[in-house]
Design a protein around this ligand. Structure first.
Ligand code: KG4
Ligand code: ZN
Length: 330
């Protein structure tokens, strides 16, 4: 939850993590997520208002995530967001979750930075876009199977790490050795900007099985080497495709967004890549890369400011194509 002012910037934000609820099951349990949203949403609204010293009648619009995602969780946010807007008599807008991620780096700076290439890497998406402005998104390539974050989470599970696996794999990889294993860089040998991570995941699973046959239960040193090689394969693959997308579009600014863009190694590798090309890597601080309310408030505020809003019906879209969003004409 967050309060954003188009003149003053981010006024307040609060985050309730559901990691503890889902950790026991090793992944998100949709019904538990929705029920927890019901319990936590209004207290968080109160908290951000209190933090910023803002009364209900000072709020000029409400933005909520309308999709894509789990329908139950989306419906809770959409119902509460739409109802608060009605009570306060202000417009409401349903925001595309990935547009929130994509625009999050703009919370860090007020400089206009269009056009750019965007790499969106989260638990559900791995996509490359050419971005000319808000709502002007041209899809360049995407994952044909697992998303990068999903692959991190599944490999985390294989290595016996707690949920969510992504940050845990990254932490373990820090102590891994460089050339102990070499995993494939999927779909980098042929032209194009699509991704596939499912084969890499299977490769990791087979490697773990083979090593266990030889060594018995794997010690933390071997597990760290495997985590390193996996992270290296994902980061290298993403970097190759980013360079290709920049070459193809002739752009020299790269935005990375979504949970996996919090990954230290990805940020370092792409930072060095962009420096070498005389270009710029733009990313938000790690807390704004993973799911947060500030990015939805920001994206919604830009669209409300441009005069867009949704009607009184409560709408949520489990599937929603980012490229179908209306443009904001500056
Ligand atoms: O954007 P996000 O917070 O939620 C979705 O919209 O999916 O992304 C979550 C994903 C998870 O798969 C998580 O494991 C991954 O991002 N993630 C990371 C890191 N932090 C979060 N993956 C690799 N390294 C990280 N440091
Ligand atoms: Zn997300």
């Amino acid at each position: 939850m967050a309060l954003y002012d188009t003149d003053r910037g981010l006024l307040s934000e609060a985050l309730h993590s559901q990691v503890n609820i889902h950790a026991e099951y090793g992944g998100v349990v949709p019904e538990l997520a929705s029920r927890d949203h019901i319990r936590k949403t209004l207290p968080l609204v109160r908290e951000v208002r209190k933090q910023a010293g803002i009364e209900g009648d000072q709020i000029q619009g409400v933005a909520y995530t309308a999709g894509p995602g789990l329908i139950g969780a989306l419906l809770v946010g959409a119902s509460i967001g739409r109802s608060l807007a009605m009570g306060w008599n202000v417009p409401a807008i349903g925001v595309h979750h990935m547009e929130g991620h994509l625009l999050a780096p703009m919370l860090e700076s007020s400089e206009p930075m269009f056009p750019f290439v965007a790499l969106l890497v989260s638990g559900g998406h791995t996509q490359l876009f050419s971005v000319e402005g808000i709502g002007r998104y041209i899809l360049l390539g995407e994952s044909l199977d697992d998303a990068a974050g999903e692959a991190f989470d599944k490999v985390g599970k294989m290595l016996g790490l707690p949920y969510p696996g992504g940050p845990e794999v990254a932490r373990l990889a820090v102590s891994g050795k460089r050339h102990a294993y070499r995993f494939p860089r999927p779909m980098t040998n042929r032209a194009g900007l699509d991704f596939s991570f499912s084969g890499l995941k299977t490769f990791v699973r087979n490697t773990i099985a083979e090593e266990e046959k030889v060594r018995g239960e794997l010690d933390s040193r071997v597990r760290a080497d495997i985590a390193y090689a996996f992270e290296d394969a994902v980061v290298t693959t993403l970097a190759i495709k980013c360079r290709r997308a920049l070459d193809q579009t002739g752009l020299n600014r790269l935005v990375i967004a979504g949970g996996v863009s919090a990954n230290r190694r990805l940020r370092d590798v792409l930072g060095a890549t962009m420096e070498k090309r005389g270009g710029t890597l733009i990313c938000a601080r790690p807390e704004l890369c993973t799911d947060n309310g500030a990015m939805i408030a920001y994206a919604g505020a830009q669209r409300l400011l441009a005069g867009q809003s949704d009607g009184l019906s409560i709408q949520a879209r489990p599937r929603w194509d980012l490229a179908s969003l209306p443009a904001i004409i500056p």
